[in-house]
Structure formats: structure tokens, C-alpha cells
Design a protein around this ligand. Structure first.
Ligand SMILES: *[C@@H]1O[C@H](CO)[C@@H](O)[C@H](O)[C@H]1NC(C)=O
Ligand SMILES: *[C@@H]1O[C@H](CO)[C@@H](O)[C@H](O)[C@H]1NC(C)=O
Ligand SMILES: *[C@@H]1O[C@H](CO)[C@@H](O)[C@H](O)[C@H]1NC(C)=O
Ligand SMILES: *[C@@H]1O[C@H](CO)[C@@H](O)[C@H](O)[C@H]1NC(C)=O
Length: 409
């Protein structure tokens, strides 16, 4: 069969008209469209010699195994490409990118474990994408973004265990989605899908057959039924821990809740540096180098900056992250010292400013009761006596938090 087809293809290539390769039959359609019908021909490759005017190409039920980058280069006007029921296991990136008018792409019932997702960026006219009955194990984050005409998406009968949050965002025309028969892992990473499914107007075909394969206790349960109490988005609260006896150490504590238990990260932004701390760490390298100070981040959610100075002023943000979501809460920390006369002029008996000794921001004071991420300010003031008396490094009781809890916005 192979050699015969080769001869046919060659014949097509050499034939004078070159409008329709021998294995296919071509016929004009309404609106000047041209159909090339090449289905059920046992073809192993896309036939050569297609007219550049072909707008509909059916290659379904052949034996195509691989699509090279240039496989469709002859037909840049394609609007519909039917490739279902082949043996396609690989598509070289770029094969579809040159088809900017493509509206319908059917690759269902093939052997694709991967897909050139980046090609979709060029397919802004795409309305129907059928990738069902393949071996796809993942849809990369953002892969579908930009398909503003996409109405129907078939991803059923693949090997998808999870989908990234937001996979179906940015698809304003999406009306129908098929996800059933995938081995979904209903961990909290997939919880967004349940919430999205409940809120969207997209019709999810056979949602009742879109089932969890894992974990064991949820096996066989629809994805839209993942129990809410298992997956709780993080909440975070920032409290101020420094007090007399801590010297010039700024100590903040971030207490978090959620399910699964959130991981705590810190984001520190000062004029001179940007520091991101993922997980507990005790930074090396003490105060030796100017501008680089030790930040001690403990596993329990406490962060301490010893020898807090002007260069440490900035925004301290605690991020609580789990599979369901992320929450952040920030505090601005400023130091009122001789270098900052304006801050020093804050009235001492301002009720907002608190008593000498810092009662208003005593240990454990909550900086962000709502946990909604408003920014608050702590202004420290170096007490005059200490400044005039002892050396700068000896304020054992040195920091008087002067004003706390000024809501900025
Ligand atoms: C393609 O279409 C154009 C205009 O519709 C026509 O002039 C041209 O001959 C066609 N080309 C082929 C190879 O059929
Ligand atoms: C895909 O789109 C990009 C950006 O619009 C363009 O530069 C590129 O040439 C296109 N690719 C093909 C194969 O047409
Ligand atoms: C499901 O996902 C969770 C969280 O990502 C992971 O820990 C677990 O190993 C996965 N289970 C299976 C069966 O893949
Ligand atoms: C967290 O651990 C550090 C170091 O062990 C300790 O200094 C701090 O007080 C702890 N924080 C809380 C809120 O218990």
C-alpha cells in the first residue's frame, strides 16, 4: 500500500493542474470555499499538491502518525482541518501556527501525549478545538488564553490528572466544555475547578462523569463534588512581637490558617533591596556588609530583623500559600530617628501614638485584624535620652513604638 500511495502522491505532484492530489477529491463549496476530501484513504502523510485555496481539509480516519512543521504549509487559507481517527502521536511546533484562519481543528482519537500549545497563540479565529481521546497529561497554564472565539473545547478521554487554576479564563466565547473520562486527582489544587464549574455559564457536558480518580476517599465522586471543608483558602494575620528587651530587633509574627495548612513566605521591599523568603531560613552573613542584614525567618511564622536600622525601612509582607489560594498581609515599617525630623515631630501625646513604653503595640498586637491586606504603619522613635546617652548600638530598651496602626488606605 505504501509504495502505491507514494506513486499516487508523486503523480499528484507532477500532474499539470496540481489543484487536487490523486488520493483526494476536491470540490468547490459555497462562499468560494474549496473542500479537499481525503478521509479514509490509509494516508500516512498529508498529501502534497493541495491548492492554496483549500479551506476545508478532511484527513480523518487515515494513518497519519506525525505532523511535521511544514505539513500544512501548502494550505494557509484553511478554516477547517479534520484529523480525527488517525495515529498521530506528535505534532511539530509551528505546524498549526501558519493557519491564522483556522476555525475548526479536530485531532480527536489520536495518540497525542503532547500538543504544540504555543501554536494556539496564532489561532485567534479558532472556534472548535477537539483534542478528546488522546493521551494528554497536561494543559500548560495559559495555553488557551487568547482564544477569544473558542466556543467548544473537547478534552475528554485523556490522561489529565489536574488543570491549572485559570485554564478556562480569557475564553469569552466558550459555551461548551468536555472533560469527562480523565483520571482527575481531586486534591485541593483542583478545587478551583469545582468553584469555577458552579459559577460559570459554560455547559460542562457530562459533568456527572467528570470524576475523581484520586485520592482514594474521593474516587468515583464528581469533581464538582469535592467537599468544601477539605479545601479552605488561606487566611493570615500579622502581629507585632517586638517589645522592650528586644533591643533594635523588629519582630513580626504571621499566623495563618487554611486547609491544607498554608506555607508562609515573606516579601521584604526596602529602598535598597528586594528580598523573598520561601520557607524558614536563617540568613547567613550578619551585619558585616552594609545594606545586607540578617533576616531570621522561623518555621512558626515569626520573622526577626536584629539591628533594625533606617535601611530596613520598608514594606514587610507575609504571604500564606496553599493549594487553594494565596493571601498576603503587609505592614510598612518606618524608623523615626534624627535623620527623619518630620517623623520625629509626631506629637508625643497624640492618642494615636500610644504611651511611652509602647502599650498600644504591646506584644501580640494585631496589625491587621481583618486580614484583608491593608497596609499599616509602625513608626519607631528612638528615645532622646538613649540617643544622647549611650552609643547607637546600645539601646537595649531603645525602641519606643511611637505610632501604630495608622491606616494608610
Ligand atoms: C485560487 O483562487 C483565486 C481567486 O479566488 C484564483 O484566481 C486562483 O486561480 C485559485 N488558485 C488555484 C490554484 O485554484
Ligand atoms: C505567529 O504569530 C506571531 C505573532 O503574531 C508571528 O510573528 C508569527 O510569524 C506567526 N507564526 C506563523 C508560523 O505564522
Ligand atoms: C494528587 O495531588 C497531590 C497534591 O498535589 C499529590 O500529593 C498526590 O501525590 C497526587 N496523587 C496522585 C495519585 O497523583
Ligand atoms: C517562633 O520561634 C522563635 C524562635 O524559636 C521564637 O523566638 C518566637 O517567639 C516564636 N514565635 C511565637 C509566636 O511563638
Amino acid at each position: 500500500m505504501g509504495p502505491l500511495l507514494g506513486v499516487l502522491a508523486l503523480a499528484a505532484l507532477l500532474s499539470p493542474g496540481r489543484a487536487c492530489p490523486a488520493p483526494c477529491s476536491c470540490s468547490p463549496k459555497k462562499n468560494g470555499r474549496l473542500l479537499a476530501e481525503c478521509a479514509y484513504r490509509e494516508l500516512r502523510d498529508v498529501p502534497r499538491g493541495l491548492s492554496p485555496n483549500v479551506t476545508i481539509l478532511t484527513l480523518s480516519a487515515n494513518r497519519l502518525g506525525r505532523l511535521g512543521r511544514a505539513a500544512l504549509a501548502e494550505v494557509p487559507e484553511l478554516q477547517s482541518l479534520w484529523l480525527g481517527y488517525n495515529h498521530i502521536s506528535a505534532v511539530e511546533p509551528g505546524a498549526f501556527a501558519a493557519l491564522p484562519h483556522l476555525k475548526n481543528l479536530d485531532l480527536s482519537h489520536n495518540r497525542l501525549a503532547d500538543f504544540p500549545w504555543q501554536d494556539l497563540r496564532n489561532l485567534s479565529a479558532l472556534q472548535i478545538l477537539k483534542l478528546s481521546n488522546n493521551r494528554l497529561g497536561a494543559v500548560p497554564r495559559g495555553a488557551l488564553a487568547g482564544l477569544r472565539q473558542l466556543r467548544s473545547l473537547w478534552l475528554n478521554d485523556n490522561e489529565l490528572a489536574t488543570l491549572a487554576r485559570g485554564t478556562f479564563e480569557g475564553l469569552p466565547a466558550l459555551a461548551q466544555l468536555q472533560l469527562f473520562h480523565n483520571p482527575f486527582n481531586c486534591s485541593c489544587k483542583l478545587f478551583w475547578l469545582k468553584e469555577w464549574a458552579h459559577g460559570t455559564s459554560v455547559v460542562i457536558s457530562r459533568a456527572g462523569s467528570t470524576l475523581c480518580a484520586a485520592p482514594a476517599r474521593l474516587r468515583g465522586r464528581p469533581v464538582t463534588d469535592i467537599p468544601g471543608e477539605l479545601c479552605v483558602p488561606p487566611s493570615a494575620q500579622l502581629t507585632y512581637l517586638s517589645g522592650p528587651g528586644d533591643g533594635l530587633t523588629l519582630t513580626l509574627h504571621c499566623s495563618v490558617a487554611g486547609s491544607p495548612p498554608p506555607e508562609i513566605r515573606w516579601r521584604i521591599r526596602t529602598a535598597a533591596r528586594r528580598l523573598d523568603i520561601h520557607g524558614p531560613t536563617v540568613a547567613r552573613d550578619g551585619g558585616a556588609k552594609a545594606g545586607r542584614r540578617r533576616v531570621l525567618a522561623f518555621k512558626n511564622g515569626t520573622v526577626a530583623i536584629p539591628d533594625f536600622g533606617k535601611e530596613d525601612e520598608g514594606t514587610y509582607t507575609c504571604l500564606a500559600v496553599n493549594d487553594v489560594g494565596e493571601r498576603d498581609v503587609s505592614v510598612n515599617v518606618a524608623l523615626a530617628g534624627s535623620a527623619n525630623p518630620a517623623a520625629e515631630e509626631l506629637p508625643r501625646d497624640d492618642p494615636q501614638a500610644g504611651q511611652p513604653g509602647g502599650h498600644r503595640c504591646s506584644k501580640g498586637d494585631e496589625l491587621d485584624p481583618s486580614g484583608m491586606g491593608e497596609k499599616l504603619v509602625i513608626v519607631y522613635r528612638l528615645p532622646g535620652e538613649a540617643r544622647s546617652g549611650a552609643g547607637a548600638r546600645q539601646f537595649r530598651l531603645g525602641i519606643l513604638p511611637l505610632a501604630l496602626g495608622l491606616l494608610l488606605w
